[in-house]
Design a protein around this ligand. Structure first.
Ligand code: SF4
Length: 627
């Protein structure tokens, strides 16, 4: 979405933009308007009220036309305020970038100087600068810019420190680029939005400061008018002729309000996190708008039964059907693998179970999820909150992102336990130590006080598993928990999960795209493509005789160690976009067994044997992988 469209979505910012556009236009055309000369005195017409003949806003204490002085003064105040903001932003940003980029002694030296400037009350500092330089508008501009430089320097230095150690800057250094070129091509483009945001929110403040200095007689000098000096000259007649104060005061109010509203809008539109909607506060549970009767649980003995689940994302008028009618059962003590390419809908299915898909834009539009006989889709938030993390727990892919960096792992484990069970803190801590021991963290009693950054990736994932086990759940949903780990740690984590499952009778829904992981851990497997299950059955049967062409092609892509040299297969083409799914089989565009009938009507998931089902009317019965 373009910057202007994002800005226009914020009504207050739009109002600020319109007001500022009008004020700036008026300021620009002031020399062309048929106004009285702003500085010509006419003491015979002093303090004429507004709407007098020939003086729309009245006259001041020297009989000068207030409308004319207001427009010329606005022009001057805007120019000085904007110039001060640009000067402070450019100098402050340059200082901040140098300090942040070079770090060490340079940073220390520069930032201590900045700290000294910031230690002065800024208005006293501005007064001292003007006193030293002498009154005058240009000196007021210098003073206002100077007192605001530290603000920009501090902001931009902080952003630069974060960027200067990113891999793309290291790559630029390795390519032999000079420091100046790195700053101009790698650092500056990344800090410009921050500079613009800081400027947009401070320019109004600088106009006020300039007006303040003029009000005290240190800015614009008679007879030249700016908004501050007009206020200063009018203060003696505040009671007898209030219009002389109200006119410039109202203009300052309008300008500063409009700039602040516009600045907030610019900040929101330029912030990439706000732009992507990431900071939109999601609902505590996924929005539910089912358009069909709730299907009854089909799972029989299943602990978790997902029937006809449909989840979609509604973004900018488009509907992305991420999950298009999924049926899955997980039985007590069973591990069900959910396999598919990235974007096939595995994670959205898993998150939909506990209503964890962010809304907006996610909406569950159909199906049911029965856990222990209760439908969780549309259940009260309090019901979901009680079950989440207690009876149904999650293990996520990246423990670095899910563990709070500022709390020790012990604090986070204790919190996970006490969120559901009113146990004394000491008892919860003892249990946390046991849990860390259970997931084979050596010297658990000492490691419990470690922060996440003090642990390796494998250790952090063990903490993630410990957290999932904290309340002895019945079901664990593991969303690619080993993808980010190296193979030796991956094998340890899988063995641990398998052991815990057997020891505790856990049911696991294990999401992965790795058939090796499936073979090692899962009793049954469900293969997902374009938001639908295309094949399901026992792991051994599917791995030895895939029935759906997609499963076969997916398995053919997996390298087999010790199998000799062979050309690795790939699946031609890309999965269809879920906002524009084709009629019939979603895999038809990539399937070399496609027939005309595949592109017509609904292809249903039909039983193949007693324990297998496949969504293809012509499955690979011989079991040979499709070439
Ligand atoms: S339905 Fe047709 S296109 Fe789809 S997998 Fe089967 S054979 Fe291929």
């Amino acid at each position: 979405m373009s910057f202007l469209r994002l800005l226009a979505r914020n009504r207050l910012a739009l109002a600020g933009l319109v007001v500022m556009a009008c004020v700036c236009l008026l300021a620009l055309v002031t020399p062309l308007l048929p106004l009285a000369a702003p500085d010509i005195t006419d003491t015979g017409n002093r303090f004429r009220p507004p709407f007098s003949e020939g003086a729309l806003l009245g006259t001041d204490h020297l009989g000068r036309d207030l409308l004319s002085r207001l427009l010329w003064g606005t022009r001057l105040s805007l120019a000085v305020g904007l110039a001060a903001a640009v000067t402070a932003a450019v100098l402050g940003a340059a200082i901040g970038i140098v300090a942040g980029f070079y770090g060490g002694r340079t940073d220390n030296l520069i930032m201590r100087g900045v700290d000294m400037l910031m230690a002065f009350p800024y208005i006293l500092l501005a007064l001292a600068i003007v006193a030293a330089l002498g009154p005058g508008l240009m000196n007021a501009l210098i003073a206002v810019a100077a007192v605001n430089i530290p603000f920009f320097a501090r902001n931009i230095r902080g952003v630069t420190v974060g960027i200067a150690h990113k891999e793309f800057v290291d790559a630029a250094r390795l390519s032999g680029m000079s420091d100046l070129r790195i700053v101009l091509t790698e650092i500056l483009p990344n800090v410009v939005p921050v500079i613009v945001i800081a400027m947009s929110t401070t320019v109004g403040w600088m106009i006020l400061e300039t007006a303040g200095l003029s009000f005290l007689g240190l800015g614009s000098q008679p007879p030249v008018a700016d908004l501050g000096s007009m206020l200063g000259e009018a203060r003696a007649a505040l009671i007898t002729s209030p219009h002389t104060s109200v006119v410039p005061g109202a203009m300052i109010l309008v300008i500063v309000m409009a700039i602040n509203l516009l600045g907030d809008g610019v900040r929101d539109a330029l912030d990439p996190r706000l732009k992507s909607g990431a900071l939109n506060r999601p609902l505590p549970a996924t929005q539910v708008a089912r358009d069909a009767p709730v299907p009854a649980a089909q799972g029989g003995a299943a602990l978790l039964s997902i029937d006809g689940l449909k989840t979609e994302f509604r973004v900018k008028g488009r509907v992305y059907r991420a999950v298009g009618g999924v049926d899955l059962d997980v039985r007590p003590g069973e591990c069900l693998g959910l396999v598919g390419e990235s974007g096939s809908g595995k994670s959205v299915t898993a998150l939909s179970v506990m209503g964890l898909v962010a809304s907006p834009p996610g909406v569950i539009t159909g199906g049911s999820v029965h856990f222990d006989g209760q439908d969780l889709i549309g259940a009260r938030y309090e019901t979901l909150r009680r079950i989440r993390g207690d009876r149904v727990a999650y293990i996520f892919q990246d423990p670095q992102a899910t563990l709070h960096p500022l709390y020790t792992i012990g604090t986070q484990l204790v919190e996970a336990i006490r969120a559901h069970h009113a146990v004394p803190r000491a008892e919860a801590r003892a249990r946390a130590v046991d849990l860390l021991g259970a997931v084979r963290i050596p010297n658990a009693a000492a490691r419990i006080d470690s922060y996440p950054h003090e642990l390796s990736g494998g250790m952090r994932q063990r903490v993630g598993i410990a957290m999932a086990l904290a309340n002895d759940p019945d079901v664990i949903i593991a969303d690619e928990p080993t993808t980010a780990l190296d193979v030796t740690v991956q094998a340890q984590i899988l063995a641990l999960l398998d052991e815990l499952r057997r020891a505790r009778g856990l049911a696991i829904l294990f999401i992965t795209h790795d058939f090796g992981v499936v073979a090692q851990l899962c009793d049954r497997v469900a293969v997902m493509y374009a938001g639908r299950i295309v094949e399901t059955g026992p792991t051994d049967a599917i791995l030895s005789r895939p029935a759906h062409p997609y499963t076969a092609r997916l398995m053919a892509c997996v390298p087999a160690p010790g199998g000799g040299r062979r050309r690795l297969a790939t699946i031609p083409g890309l999965p269809p976009s879920v906002d524009d799914l084709p009629a019939g089989c979603a895999f038809a565009g990539r399937c070399d067994l496609v027939q005309d009938t595949c592109r017509r009507g609904e292809i249903t998931l039909d039983p193949l044997t007693a324990d297998r089902a496949v969504r293809c009317p012509t499955p690979l019965r011989a079991g040979a992988p499709a070439s």
